[in-house]
Each structure stands twice: as structure tokens, then as C-alpha cells.
Write a protein that binds this ligand. Structure first.
Ligand code: HEM
Length: 216
């Protein structure tokens, strides 16, 4: 069988996926050893990244290449706002601040907002991740913090996507439908590697506070 672009992208970036997945912070979260405050810090950092990502999406909504990826059912900012209000209270906007790594990540997202394939690289890294490993994180968080009624984990819920598996398959079809030259494919793969690196750095930075976030 010939390798599709979606296969190529996944294969070229999977070891970097492992790097992001196995940061000390996510390892602690997955083991249920993270305090709720520690979990909330990741939600806060997500917020700044998704505000940038979804602003870039809006500016590319009519773009002939990136437009197909701009889907209202993926929008995460409203869900993040609900989670942050639940986790930090009504003054959440005054309480949360972007970390240094998040500012770097946001700057790169803003930089690629006029480069459709670059934007898709960041879009893929986040949303396909949220629809995949994100679902595991949601289950762990619900169990660890005894969250109820979707509070605290709305970010991982996609009520307008009834079948996540089918959606992810459709997403790969959009990737495969991109009409890219070899050079453009390589640039997009490189940008995806950068997106993984920037995400990993955000997690590593939160992880520096791990001693204060670990529960006994
Ligand atoms: C606890 C952490 C994580 C777990 C357990 C996890 C697990 C997984 C699994 C099982 C898949 C494959 C799903 C499938 O084939 O349908 C996947 C895919 C993916 N994950 Fe993660 N992941 C984690 C963290 C992350 C992070 C931090 C990112 C990026 C920032 C990420 C981005 C992705 C992407 C882009 C895919 C799609 C790959 C593809 O099929 O092309 N994941 N993840």
C-alpha cells in the first residue's frame, strides 16, 4: 500500500509525540499524582495557546488550503473559559498568566497565521491530539479530581462531534487532499515537529513546579 501524507506526517513526528507524552508533568497526571492546582495550570496555558490558534483559524477561514480545517465543532476557547471559571473562580482572567514557553508558542502560532500549511501543522498537533490522547487525559482527570457534569474537562469534550474515530479518519482525508509539493510537505512536517517541541517545552516548564503539584 502506498503511504499517504497523513501516514508520512504521523511517522515523521511520532517519536516527538512520545517526547511530549512522557514529560514528567504528563506522567504525573496520568498516574493520578497531580494536584487539582497542577492540572489547572495546564488548562490555563492551553487557554493562551488556543486563543492564538483560533484567532489564526478565523483569519484563514476562507483560505483555499487551510479553510477546510477551520471547523466550528473543534473550537475550544469557550470550553476552556468554562473550565477556567470552574477551576479558578469568576476572577480567573486576573489570576492566570502565560508562561515563558507559552508566550514563545503563541508567538509562533501568530507567525504562521499567514502560512496555511504552517497553521495546519499546529492545528493537527493540537486538535488531533485532543481527540486522541486528550480523551485519556479527560478520563484520568475525571477520576482523580472527581469532576462532575463535565466541569473541569469541557476542553476534552466535543459535543458536536458524535464519532471521534470517524472524525479523525475524515481529518486524515483532509490532510491527504492537500495538494502539496515535496518541499511544502517537508516544511509542514518540520513545522509539526516544531509544534511538538513548543508543546513539550510548555509541559516541561509547568513540570518545574512539580514538587508543589504532587499529591502525597
Ligand atoms: C498523556 C498524554 C498523551 C497520550 C496518552 C496520547 C495518546 C495518543 C494516542 C493513543 C494516539 C493515537 C490515536 C489514534 O491513532 O487514533 C495519539 C495521537 C495523537 N496525539 Fe497524543 N497522546 C498524549 C499527548 C499528546 C500531546 C501532548 C500531543 C501534542 C501536543 C499529542 C498529539 C497527538 C497527535 C497530533 C496525534 C495524532 C497522530 C496521528 O495519528 O497522525 N498527544 N495520542
Amino acid at each position: 500500500m502506498t503511504e499517504t501524507f497523513a501516514d508520512e506526517l504521523r511517522k515523521a513526528t511520532w517519536s516527538d509525540h512520545d517526547g511530549a507524552e512522557h514529560t514528567p508533568y504528563l506522567d504525573a497526571l496520568m498516574r493520578g499524582q497531580l494536584s487539582q492546582a497542577g492540572y489547572a495550570e495546564m488548562v490555563a496555558q492551553h487557554y493562551f495557546a488556543y486563543v492564538a490558534l483560533e484567532a489564526a483559524a478565523q483569519s484563514l477561514a476562507k483560505d483555499p488550503i487551510a479553510g477546510a480545517f477551520v471547523r466550528p465543532e473543534l473550537e475550544r476557547v469557550p470550553a476552556l473559559e468554562r473550565d477556567l471559571e470552574f477551576l479558578y473562580g469568576p476572577d480567573w482572567r486576573e489570576v492566570i498568566t502565560p508562561s515563558k514557553s507559552t508566550l514563545t508558542y503563541v508567538a509562533r502560532i501568530n507567525q504562521v497565521a499567514d502560512w496555511p500549511e504552517g497553521f495546519i501543522a499546529h492545528h493537527y498537533t493540537r486538535y488531533l491530539g485532543d481527540l486522541s490522547g486528550g480523551q485519556v487525559i479527560r478520563k484520568i482527570a475525571e477520576r482523580t479530581y472527581e469532576f462532575k457534569d463535565e466541569l473541569g474537562t469541557s476542553f476534552y469534550l466535543f459535543p458536536e462531534i458524535p464519532d471521534l474515530k470517524a472524525f479523525k479518519m475524515g481529518y486524515r482525508d483532509w490532510l491527504n487532499a492537500l495538494d502539496l509539493s515535496e518541499t511544502q510537505r517537508k516544511r509542514m512536517i518540520n513545522e509539526t515537529l516544531l509544534a511538538y517541541q513548543l508543546n513539550t517545552e510548555v509541559l516541561v516548564e509547568i513540570g518545574k513546579q512539580l514538587p508543589t503539584y504532587l499529591v502525597a
